[in-house]
Design a protein around this ligand. Structure first.
Ligand SMILES: C[S@@+](CC[C@H](N)C(=O)[O-])C[C@H]1O[C@@H](n2cnc3c(N)ncnc32)[C@H](O)[C@@H]1O
Length: 326
């Protein structure tokens, strides 16, 4: 898959970045400009919880299902086509297309694609036989949400999904989770399964309960700091995460502080973070070694490389834990 890191948005976008429109209602003039620039750099976006409709199959309307590594996921090109109808306030598909970029800082952070380190981390979780049973898991910067779906399949007690963009949560993450939960038991991993996959035809009645696994899921969009605050102030019972899974989320060093503090606030005392990343993100500046150095300087976490992938651009899986954890 071809990834584009174009950090020079179109002229029109640089005049009025839409992330600022979404997070700051007043116009960016005079004394507000400097504050706005700082906020955009730190990637402030209000947090929101998204709820699965009572009739869960509704989220699969107009979706085409495919499979990868034994999991169902929606065809992203179809989503991209249907999302250009102006019904999504974020309008990230049009913005991504017009700026020729898979990342527009503060506007669109890449969740419409499945990035290759997701597959590295899925392989690692399976090879290392990481146990999910009875654990609370966060798929941080989830995009398609495949890592969280793996945890659900492994009988995690609860799985939460976070993405920066609400469009990604509504159009991709939630449909993927629903498709895998509704089809639980029909593991989508044979060649035959890859052909002619259709969303389940039988509609659940409104009064019907959600499949058991779906009741274990929660979905959030927004910036990391904002989602942490929402969770920490939530009246719903919630316990810190035993496992945080995150793939291709350390490309931009401007976000390291927010990411670090989010991990520190949300990880259980003896929990583990598994983070998959490329060695370096050309044109953006982040990468595995830079993030490790950042962690060292903050002195909160210890980290170690638990897997290296040599083919193509080097990629790593980091295991991160609190310095004083067991
Ligand atoms: C490159 S995408 C990777 C998506 C997915 N994990 C994968 O590997 O396919 C990076 C993800 O990190 C999240 N992200 C990046 N910066 C963020 C920020 N400052 N606040 C919240 N989420 C952020 C976005 O949700 C985005 O989907």
């Amino acid at each position: 898959m071809d990834f584009r890191f174009n950090f020079f948005p179109d002229e029109d976008e640089s005049k009025e970045p839409s992330a600022q429109r979404e997070t700051q209602p007043c116009s960016p003039t005079g004394e507000h400009i400097e504050k706005r620039l700082a906020e955009t750099k730190a990637c402030i976006k209000a947090a929101k919880e998204h709820h699965i409709p009572a009739d869960a199959s509704k989220v699969l309307e107009n979706k085409v299902l495919e499979t990868a590594s034994g999991l169902y996921y929606v065809n992203m090109s179809v989503v991209e086509l249907t999302c250009q109808d102006g019904t999504h306030e974020e309008d990230i598909v049009s913005k991504s297309v017009s700026s020729h970029s898979d990342l527009i800082p503060g506007v669109y952070e890449g969740g419409l694609k499945i990035w290759e380190c997701t597959y590295d981390l899925m392989d690692f979780l399976s090879e290392a036989e990481i146990q999910f049973a009875n654990k609370t898991v966060l798929d941080l910067g989830c995009g398609a949400g495949l890592l969280g779906i793996v945890a659900l399949r492994g009988n995690a007690e609860e799985v939460h999904f976070q993405d920066y963009n609400s469009t990604v949560i509504e159009e991709i993450t939630m449909p993927n989770v629903v498709a895998n939960c509704i089809n639980a038991g029909n593991k989508a991993d044979s060649e035959d399964d890859r052909k002619n996959i259709k969303p389940p035809s039988k509609r659940r009645k409104k009064s019907e309960c959600l499949p058991d696994k779906l009741t274990k899921c929660r979905f959030f969009s927004g910036g990391w700091s904002e989602v942490s605050q929402l969770l920490l102030s939530s009246s719903k019972p919630w316990s810190k995460y035993d496992l945080i899974l995150t793939s291709e989320t350390i490309y931009n060093p401007d976000y390291y502080s927010a990411l670090h503090d989010t991990l520190a606030q949300l990880l259980a005392k003896n929990g583990r973070v598994y983070l998959a990343s490329k060695v370096h993100y050309f044109g953006v500046g982040g990468g595995t070694y830079l993030f490790e150095k950042f962690l060292e300087e903050r002195k909160v976490f210890r980290s170690s490389i638990v897997k290296e992938v040599e083919e193509g651009l080097k990629r790593f899986i980091l295991e991160i834990a609190f310095k004083d954890s067991t």
